[in-house]
Design a protein around this ligand. Structure first.
Ligand SMILES: [Zn+2]
Length: 255
C-alpha cells in the first residue's frame, strides 16, 4: 500500500476504526463459486510490493491451493516507502522489498509462483500508465481471473494501476476483481465512490488467514522502519484492517 502521497501523512493518522466497515463486509455476499478451475492461470496486479498480500493474499492462497497457476505482477519498485530517504537508501529499500515479495509469495502459493517486477518508479505509475496497460495486457491472455487494485482507492499509484488493469482486462476479456486497500482506512461506506452493489467478500479460512498474515509479515521493511526518523509504513492500526479474515473485492458488472 505504501509510498508517497498520501501515505506519508494519511497512514499515520488513525483513520477509520475497523468497526466502521466490518458490518458492511459481513453483510455483503460471498462468491458461491470462483470463476476458475484447476490449472487456470490467474494474475494478481500489485501497485507496490505488499499490496498483493494485503489486498488479495487470502484469495491468492485459495486459488493456488485449488490448483491455479498464479502470476504476481509488482508494478512499482517500492523505493519511496519512506520520504527523506537518500538515493542509496531508496535503492537498498527497493532491493529489500523485492526479496520480501519473493518470501511473501512463497507463503501464499504452493506451486512455484513467481513475481514479475515492472520496476516503474514508486509514485510515478500515472506517468507510465500507457506502458503499464500494455505490459499488463501482455500478461493476461489465457488467464481465468485477474485481481487488481480498485481504481477509486485514494492513492495515485493504486488509481493509475487500477485504470491500467481495467483497460487491459477489457481488452483481453479476462474477468476482473478489484481489491481496495485504502478504502477501509479513509473512505466511509456510504461514500458515492463506493460501488456497494458490486461488493463481494471472500471469507477466509483459518489456514488462509494464517498464510495471509505470514505473507504480510514477510514485508518486514514496512512493519519495522529501517530509518530512525520515520515510523513503519504499516503500523498496527493499519494492519488491523487486514486481519479480520474478510477480503473485499469489487466485481464490476460489465467485466
Ligand atoms: Zn500500495
Amino acid at each position: 500500500m505504501t509510498d508517497q502521497l498520501p501515505a506519508a501523512t494519511e497512514v499515520t493518522a488513525p483513520g477509520l476504526p475497523p468497526s466502521r466497515w466490518r458490518p458492511r463486509l459481513e453483510a455483503a455476499p460471498s462468491p458461491r463459486l470462483l470463476p476458475v478451475t484447476a490449472g487456470d492461470p490467474v494474475t494478481v496486479i500489485a501497485p507496490h510490493p505488499d499490496d498483493e498480500s494485503l489486498g488479495a493474499g487470502g484469495l491468492l492462497h485459495r486459488l493456488s491451493t485449488a490448483g491455479c497457476t498464479p502470476t504476481v505482477v509488482i508494478v512499482t519498485d517500492g523505493a519511496a516507502g519512506y520520504p527523506g530517504a537518500t538515493p542509496t537508501q531508496r535503492r537498498e529499500l527497493a532491493r529489500s522489498r523485492r526479496r520480501e515479495t519473493w518470501d511473501a509469495i512463497r507463503q501464499l502459493c504452493r506451486k512455484g509462483a513467481q513475481p514479475v517486477f515492472f520496476d516503474i518508479p514508486d509514485g510515478e505509475a500515472s506517468a507510465h500508465e500507457a506502458e503499464v496497460t500494455e505490459r499488463i495486457a501482455a500478461v493476461l491472455p489465457g488467464n481465468g481471473l485477474v485481481l487488481a487494485p480498485w481504481p477509486e482507492d485514494p492513492h495515485p499509484d493504486h488509481q493509475a494501476v487500477g485504470r491500467a488493469a481495467r483497460l487491459a482486462a477489457a481488452r483481453t476479456g479476462v474477468e476482473l476483481w478489484q481489491y481496495p486497500i485504502w478504502m477501509r482506512h479513509s473512505i466511509q461506506p456510504d461514500d458515492p465512490r463506493v460501488p456497494l452493489a458490486d461488493l463481494t467478500v471472500v471469507c477466509l479460512s483459518t489456514a488462509e488467514r494464517q498464510a495471509k498474515r505470514r505473507a504480510i509479515e514477510a514485508h518486514a521493511s514496512q512493519l519495522r522502519s529501517p530509518f530512525p526518523d520515520f515510523g513503519p509504513v504499516l503500523p498496527e492500526h493499519v494492519l488491523e484492517l487486514f486481519a479480520d479474515g474478510l477480503e473485499p473485492f469489487f466485481v464490476p458488472r460489465n467485466s
